[in-house]
Design a protein around this ligand. Structure first.
Ligand SMILES: [Zn+2]
Length: 129
């Protein structure tokens, strides 16, 4: 089977207290269960675990990844501003993403997102099937 296009899979889960001085986390919570954590207080410090805004952003991220997966490599490059990876790095969502510079624009890739004081893409990497 020919496989030229980049197929991105979303990874990453867990909820973390947004209070930087607090260490509470529940790393195994699945993204599908995030709705249960919206506006819930941290068991340790009482800080909001997941704001409505962070939750909506994490849902948006799923929509974006789904959308990226419908693109041909040419369209993907065009969205990045025409210069592919380097221009992606100028996008705030990808600002601190590990692995972006070594990403191949074909095959399968896994994107790890983190919902902690906002939504970030922490890592993107190609994977073998
Ligand atoms: Zn806390």
């Amino acid at each position: 089977m020919e496989k030229k296009e980049l197929n991105i899979e979303l990874s990453g889960c867990g909820v973390f207290c947004d209070n930087e001085k607090c260490t509470w986390e529940s790393p195994l919570v699945d993204r599908k269960q995030y709705i249960d954590w919206v506006n819930k207080p941290c068991p340790l410090c009482g800080e909001n675990i997941l704001t409505e805004q962070d939750y909506q952003q994490s849902k948006q991220m799923e929509v974006i990844i789904d959308f990226l997966n419908t693109l041909t490599p040419e369209e993907f490059t065009a969205i990045g501003g025409g210069e592919s990876i380097e221009s992606l790095q100028n996008n705030p969502v990808f600002a601190n993403t590990k692995g972006l510079d070594t990403l191949k624009m074909e095959g399968n890739a896994v994107v790890t997102i983190e919902v902690h004081n906002g939504v970030k893409i922490t890592e993107i990497k190609n994977v073998e099937d």
